[in-house]
Design a protein around this ligand. Structure first.
Ligand SMILES: Nc1ncnc2c1ncn2[C@@H]1O[C@H](COP(=O)(O)OP(=O)(O)OP(=O)(O)O)[C@@H](O)[C@H]1O
Ligand SMILES: [Mg+2]
Length: 275
């Protein structure tokens, strides 16, 4: 099951490649080494989840892939091009609310397509489909301020999916959702992804969710973080209902929890013991 993170040969055009990237934040109050060194790759058509203790650098990692943060060490490349800023083929869903408060739900969901230059009718048709998909039909004309936290997050998810990005970066996208909606949207995401097979980097605290969705789960260590282990998820696809109760599912879940637990205990400080 164990797989030491190694860099695949250079020049594979359809991959997201992390080449020895690191990030140290320098602020007035001192410097924080968030990410020590991450090396690895996401090939075309792979769904990769990242788990690890709070504050270990997961959002930092995602922001570097999305071109919002420049690594202080190493580089990220997509399709052979070094990431130097946000790219048109990449969409992000952030951990915090990222809706545009002055726009309606429909205009929020259509926003990414608008930036891409898609004609008005096409982008509204597509936006309406995505609104339906995330269960927000009837709220097209509402403003984000009139929605709950979970509904706002569904708007952000719909906006990213509408763009049909080749690289989809999601930072705890289901964090604000209740368990039922979370499961439903997770299954829908998988259904869409089975068709598009884009590259997904998905951050979650939910180990079951990571196993259910992914081809690989990267476990990050406590800060300054490295990828401690890459765990291939060797469950067949598609993953029907009942997948969660397969013995192999449980084994993978237990293995991942054992890895994360050690890192979380380090983060929580001396004496912290998790069950
Ligand atoms: N802009 C910044 N300036 C200074 N330090 C930062 C900045 N952004 C993040 N950090 C620090 O980098 C570390 C990693 O933060 P990050 O947000 O990546 O963690 P995370 O793994 O996403 O945590 P969580 O699971 O709680 O979302 C933290 O110690 C944080 O304080
Ligand atoms: Mg985070």
């Amino acid at each position: 099951m164990n797989q030491t993170p190694t860099l695949r040969p250079a020049g594979l055009a359809n991959e997201v490649i992390f080449d020895n990237i690191g990030m140290t934040f320098n602020t007035a109050t001192g410097s924080t080494e968030a990410v020590a060194n991450v090396t690895g790759s996401i090939p075309e058509g792979k769904f990769v989840s990242v788990i690890g203790p709070s504050g270990c650098g997961k959002s930092t990692l995602l922001d570097m892939v999305g071109g919002l943060l420049k690594p202080t060490k190493g580089s990220v490349s997509i399709n052979g091009e070094t990431v130097t800023g946000p790219r048109r083929d990449t969409a992000m869903v952030f951990q915090e609310d990222s809706t545009l408060h002055w726009r309606s739900v429909l205009d929020n969901v259509a926003f990414g397509l608008e930036v891409q230059g898609s004609p008005k009718k096409d982008r509204y048709d597509r936006a309406r489909d995505m609104i339906e998909l995330v269960g927000l039909r009837g709220f097209e004309d509402h403003r984000p301020g009139q929605l709950s936290g979970g509904m706002k997050q569904r708007v952000a998810i719909a906006r990213a999916l509408a763009m049909e990005p080749r690289v989809l970066l999601m930072d705890e996208p289901f964090g604000a959702l209740d368990q039922q909606t979370r499961q439903f949207i997770g299954r829908e995401l998988l259904r869409i992804w089975e068709k598009t097979r884009n590259r997904v980097l998905f951050i979650t605290h939910d180990i079951q969710e990571a196993v259910y969705l992914s081809d690989e789960v990267w476990v990050m260590s406590a800060r300054p973080s490295v990828v401690k282990e890459i765990v291939p998820i060797d469950l067949p696809r598609p993953r029907p209902e009942g997948t969660h109760s397969l013995p192999r599912f449980r084994e993978l879940e237990d293995h991942l929890w054992a890895l994360v637990k050690v890192e979380a205990e380090k983060t929580l400080g001396p004496g912290a013991r998790l069950a």
